[in-house]
Design a protein around this ligand. Structure first.
Ligand SMILES: Nc1ncnc2c1ncn2[C@@H]1O[C@H](COP(=O)(O)OP(=O)(O)OP(=O)(O)O)[C@@H](O)[C@H]1O
Ligand SMILES: [Mg+2]
Length: 291
């Protein structure tokens, strides 16, 4: 299926809040910092990585009188329009939902990081997902058509996915070389990982694809309990599951602060969690250069 040497990696886990977006932004920024040409595709209607990379601030939303009116009038159409307008910070972007409907519109945008571009997302992506699902037979190749049109100009493409398995996930499975599944070490991590693996294998099987899944353990506490659980979760290591050896520690203050400031922790050598992400980048770049 692939036509270029671009390495395409999805950040995917059907569980929410496990670190998909944080990892997408930091790995993309990390590889861009090494000098690679990198694209991040934001596949989530929540558009969290778009907000970070295009430096969109949330604070103004509730200061806007139109928002207050729309809530007062229980007007969801007006709220949708306002949410999309607030995301569209320079009022000139073409978003992923529009490209999925018409790949000829494909455009990538520079971000605040050198060598890192983005295809941005917005709420409307959720509606387009429904339209694609109910559409014609090429529904699983919409994302492929977009990436095909990029003509191999990127070394790496990272895809930040929503916490759900849907038609967009099927599109992702049909373009990726590998999946990184961030796993938050908390109650339910084992079941969550197994359910995600099961779903991804089922989709890949139906298209006769073999895509390695790399669990990445995030929000790890440096104690014996977490160490033992990670050891147990890493027991499976074969052609299907390839756990990433370095892990990313829990460091709430640094992550929250960088989130508010729309920054990536990987570029800050003073932050331990940034050094963890750097180790992950170095580990992956070694794995991929040996492949
Ligand atoms: N290493 C970390 N230490 C502490 N907090 C973290 C860490 N990584 C992520 N978080 C926090 O955990 C929350 C979820 O992270 P993130 O948004 O990256 O997850 P996600 O899987 O993309 O979520 P969603 O499923 O909603 O898209 C955020 O509040 C983030 O700030
Ligand atoms: Mg996310």
């Amino acid at each position: 299926m692939k036509t270029t040497l671009t390495k395409i990696i999805a950040l995917l886990n059907m569980k929410g809040g496990v670190g998909k977006t944080t990892t997408s932004v930091n790995l993309a920024a990390g590889f861009a910092f090494l000098g690679y040409k990198v694209l991040l595709i934001d596949m989530d209607p929540q558009a969290n990585s778009t907000d970070v990379l295009l430096d969109i601030r949330q604070e103004e939303i509730f200061l806007n009188e139109d928002v207050i009116d729309a809530i007062g009038n229980r007007n969801t159409k007006q709220l949708d329009a306002l949410l999309d307008e607030l995301s569209n910070y320079e009022k000139k972007e073409i978003f992923l939902d529009q490209m999925l409907e018409n790949p000829a519109l494909t455009t990538t945008y520079k971000t605040k990081f050198d060598n890192l571009h983005i295809i941005p997302s917005r709420l409307e992506l959720a509606n387009v997902e429904k339209a694609i699902r109910n559409g014609n037979e090429a529904m699983h190749l919409r994302l492929f058509n977009i990436i095909d049109g990029l003509d191999g100009q990127y070394d790496f493409i990272f895809i930040d996915c929503p916490p759900i398995i849907n038609t967009l996930t099927i599109n992702v499975i049909n373009v990726v070389d590998e999946i990184i599944a961030p796993i938050k070490i908390d109650k339910g991590a084992e079941k969550g990982l197994l359910m995600t693996i099961r779903e991804l294998i089922a989709i890949a099987n139906s298209y006769r694809l073999h895509i390695p899944i790399r669990p990445l353990f995030t929000m790890v506490n440096r104690n014996n309990t977490d160490r033992d659980r990670i050891a147990a979760l890493s027991r499976i290591s074969n052609d299907v599951i390839k756990p990433i050896v370095p892990t990313v520690r829990m460091q709430a203050k640094a992550i929250t602060q960088s989130g508010y400031e729309n920054k990536a922790v990987i570029n800050d050598p003073k932050l331990n969690v940034g050094l963890d992400y750097k180790e992950v980048v170095d580990y992956l770049s070694k794995e991929w250069s040996e492949a």
